[in-house]
Design a protein around this ligand. Structure first.
Ligand SMILES: Nc1ncnc2c1ncn2[C@@H]1O[C@H](COP(=O)(O)OP(=O)(O)OP(=O)(O)O)[C@@H](O)[C@H]1O
Length: 566
């Protein structure tokens, strides 16, 4: 298929740094804000984020706000000029000036500083390491995390979040990393489940369950959630990626004037992670977090529209992105009293993340093309405002007496009692030695066909076996490292974690199939390492989580652990 996706990778006429002449000529001057034409449109940044149009970006002033609070991590990723842009004579309008500055080619005073700026030759793996790994690592420790890609249509959001087979995106890399962290954390056990949804024309659809259309957003003490969304327990990276692959088949995609495979909906892939210390007690704390990986649809101008349908989609996309921009602006304005989260499904679902609960990383994708100067400038302004949203990354723990785990503990202890009664019954039936009278009676009863002792024993043994089988199946859902538990904890290991390659079919759903490709030199797959013993039996996850779902959507690990602790 010929599409803009296949044109782009070989074309990269981009330079990552402006010639030294212009740089040195202005290095003595150091404006404190973007140039006047910008500062009139966007709030002037605080001095700590002042722009330095003429100095190397490594000199971007460090954040001096002290480390009591964090800010949203904001990065900008340039894509190369594509064939269409080159064909129509587009020039470079913006460029990465070093590691942290984006500068305008025609007016060097227009420049913005970010946590990091990635030039067009940067690999997605590198983007992941800088912009997403700390969010994923945090989520594995119980800190909620959100990574999202923002930018105009065809700027590279899907390329960044999903990627291609030869260059997997943030989502597959995060999924891989999560299983890598489990393997490197022998002292804990994990339970992972995923959901995948899209917001299309302001309607929420379940991408894992095509019957789940027009779902409603609800709110509870822990934040907003989507009622009735399907959640699947995942056992391996391949399993998680296969779910994404099937979800992608239901996502709304269409062509516009800029992108043959343009995303017409926002998608949110959520990984819910529960963990507790290995072999821990029933009353013990469970860490619970959600990692949201979001591929937004691109904002569109009238240049983009092709048909009435696309126009309608485009107006929903623009409206929700506008609301996102308004929410971000209000969050950074101390005088704001009302934040309009409810004005769009997107901001409603992101409410908890945007209001500062957990780590947030925003990756803004841009094209350097001169024909998109204004769009890129708008993205940069959005990115710049977002940088000032403050967040507080704290660990979630379920410790409350009223927590779901406690509730499940009570339920399970009832079940345990039932099993004890069953076991005692079996033992008594086996133990009781019949007396002479009993034997006579028994014989009579047997002859009369009234006593079915043997068959009762058999039934009880079967019931016990069924319970034990269920326990075994539940055990397999809990992921543990195959390593010895006498290992450093998660905090110590994250820095030097071994990386894993993707297996043969894992990335088959992504464009440009190249099955021989490995994301790095380490060719080992971790699938077989993670508690895969006896996985050959088919596990009916739906059935297993049914009674859990009947009660609540969180706290599943505690529930499973209790179930298997008979
Ligand atoms: N950093 C990059 N390096 C190489 N190619 C890229 C890069 N970013 C994007 N591309 C290519 O540009 C094209 C458009 O990218 P992509 O579909 O990711 O855009 P998008 O922002 O998701 O667009 P839309 O909002 O319309 O869905 C694709 O062919 C993609 O492969």
């Amino acid at each position: 298929m010929s599409s803009s996706r296949s044109l782009r990778s070989s074309i990269s006429p981009f330079r990552s740094r402006k010639p030294s002449s212009s740089s040195s000529s202005s290095s003595s001057k150091r404006p404190t804000t973007p140039s006047s034409n910008i500062s009139s449109k966007v709030p002037a940044p605080p001095a700590k984020s002042s722009l330095s149009p003429s100095i190397p970006s490594s000199d971007c002033p460090p954040d001096s706000s002290g480390k009591t609070k964090e800010n949203v991590t904001v990065t900008v990723r340039f894509r190369p000029l594509n064939g269409r842009e080159i064909g129509k004579g587009d020039e470079l309008a913006w460029y990465a000036d070093g590691d942290s500055t984006v500068r305008n080619e025609n007016n060097s005073k227009i420049a913005y500083c970010f946590d990091r700026v990635f030039g067009p030759a940067t690999t997605t793996r590198h983007v992941y390491d800088v912009a997403a790994q700390h969010v994923v690592g945090g989520a594995m420790e119980g800190i909620n995390g959100t990574v999202f890609a923002y930018g105009v249509t065809s700027s590279g959001k899907t390329h960044t979040m999903h990627g291609e087979q030869k260059s997997p995106g943030i989502i597959p890399l995060a999924v891989k990393d999560v299983f890598g962290i489990i393997q490197e954390t022998p002292g804990r056990e994990f339970l992972l489940r995923v959901s995948y949804l899209e917001i299309y024309n302001e309607v929420i659809n379940d991408l894992l369950d095509p019957t789940g259309q027009n779902l409603r957003v609800r709110e509870d003490a822990q934040g907003t959630y989507v009622e009735g969304i399907k959640e699947e327990v995942v056992l391996s990276p391949a399993h998680a990626l296969s779910l994404i692959a099937s979800g992608e088949e239901h996502r709304h995609v269409g062509s516009n004037n800029f992108n043959l495979l343009s995303s017409r909906s926002h998608t949110i892939f959520t990984l819910t992670i529960e963990s507790s210390s290995r072999g821990g007690n029933q009353g013990e704390e469970v860490a619970l977090s959600q990692l949201h990986l979001i591929d937004l649809a691109g904002s569109e101008s009238s240049k983009t529209e092709t048909t009435g349908l696309r126009r309608r989609e485009g107006s929903f996309i623009n409206k929700s992105l506008l609301t996102l921009g308004t929410v971000i602006s209000k969050l950074t304005d101390e005088k704001s009293t009302h934040i309009p989260y409810r004005d769009s499904k997107l901001t409603r679902l992101l409410q908890s993340s945007l209001s500062g609960h957990g780590r947030v990383s925003l990756i803004c994708t841009v094209t350097p093309a001169s024909s998109n100067t204004e769009e890129t400038h708008n993205t940069l302004k959005f990115a710049y405002r977002s940088k000032h949203v403050e967040i507080k990354a704290s660990q979630n723990k379920i410790i409350d007496e009223k927590s779901l785990i406690k509730k499940y503990q009570r339920e399970i202890s009832c079940l345990k009692e039932e099993l004890d009664v069953l076991k005692r019954g079996i033992m008594e039936n086996q133990k009781v030695g019949p007396s002479q009278d009993d034997l006579v009676n028994l014989k009579l009863q047997l002859e009369a066909g009234q006593v079915k002792l043997q068959s009762r024993l058999e039934e009880e043994e079967q019931a016990k076996a069924a319970l034990m089988g269920r326990i075994q199946r539940l055990t397999k859902l809990i992921l543990v490292s195959t390593k010895s538990t006498m290992q450093p904890n998660i905090h110590e290991k994250l820095g030097h974690r071994r990386r894993h390659s993707f297996g043969e079919d894992e990335l088959a759903y992504l464009p440009d199939r190249k099955r021989e490709y490995m994301i790095d030199e380490d060719a080992g797959s971790i699938d077989s390492e993670i508690s895969a013993d006896g996985r050959e039996g088919v596990i009916n996850l739906d059935e297993l989580v049914k009674d859990f779902r009947r009660n609540r959507k969180r706290g599943m690990l505690g529930w499973f652990k209790l179930k298997v602790n008979f």
